[in-house]
Design a protein around this ligand. Structure first.
Ligand SMILES: Nc1ncnc2c1ncn2[C@@H]1O[C@H](COP(=O)(O)OP(=O)(O)OP(=O)(O)O)[C@@H](O)[C@H]1O
Length: 236
């Protein structure tokens, strides 16, 4: 497992303080991140592979400082977005997955073998020559996952990867994540997806307000939502 260390990390966008004073040492295999809309979860996730830079403090993946060694970090940390369209770049499924390996300049046969293996593992080998943009939402998310996994990252960060999917596809993607050997940090609003994780972080207004096993962390989050509902007079 990698060690993800946040040391006094803060992020501002202009005048808005989006994350503040985040200190975390994450070594567990399955880490969930939950919190209300706009609480800072995506920003927290994006910091891990350098999509967002800290305004203060620093973030280390093992001994690599993300701000200084972004390339090396991105080889180790794969990122899956909510909307797979934002990461599909090539015309066909096979080409899109192979694209991840392009900078590594591997022999063609090795690239093909790796691509075939990952498509097979995710149950989408039959889609290899299909145009990527003709796939269903669930198939696209599996393609996005394949394109990340083919790079053999040690850590997978996923930002609400099931949000745009119907219940059946969401279950399928969640099951694929559950069987990955990699360390996974999953941001989600679907609390059931992290119920058997090793550790769950609750983010509220840019801070970590609970950090525990799923039972107590999710119970804390439910109480927080209830308290906010009560304070707003029950308005959504
Ligand atoms: N690039 C940016 N520039 C300016 N403000 C931003 C940027 N990215 C995020 N924000 C703001 O930072 C805050 C936290 O956003 P973030 O996306 O991290 O929240 P979130 O918890 O993931 O929300 P959601 O559950 O709705 O996805 C929000 O107020 C958002 O508008």
């Amino acid at each position: 497992m990698a060690r993800l260390r946040f040391e006094g990390v803060g992020v501002r966008f202009g005048d808005a303080r989006v994350l503040d004073g985040i200190d975390l040492d994450l070594t567990e295999r399955r880490i969930g991140v939950v919190g209300a809309n706009g609480s800072g979860k995506s920003t927290l996730a994006r910091l891990i592979n350098g999509l967002v830079s800290p305004t203060s403090g620093r973030l280390l993946v093992d001994d690599l400082d993300v701000a200084r060694e972004g390339r090396a970090v991105r080889r180790r940390v794969g990122f899956v977005f909510t909307n797979p369209d934002s990461q599909i770049v090539m015309p066909t499924v096979r080409e899109d997955v192979a694209f991840t390996l392009r900078p590594r300049k591997l022999p063609k046969a090795e690239t093909s073998a790796r691509v075939d293996a990952v498509l097979d593992r995710l149950g989408i080998a039959h889609l290899a020559d299909r145009p990527a943009h003709h796939l269903s939402g669930g198939q696209k998310q599996l393609l996005a996952l394949a394109a990340v996994l083919v790079g053999e990252p040690d850590v997978l960060v996923a930002d609400e990867p099931t949000t745009l999917l119907d219940a059946r596809n969401a279950r399928e993607i969640a099951a694929r994540f559950a069987e990955l050997p990699q360390q996974v940090l999953l941001v989600t609003h679907q609390l059931g997806l992290v119920a058997d994780f090793d550790r769950v972080l609750v983010v509220d207004a840019g801070r970590i307000v609970a950090d525990d096993e799923p039972g107590p962390a999710l119970a804390f989050y439910e109480r927080l939502l209830d308290a906010e509902d009560a304070a707003s007079g029950g308005r959504p």
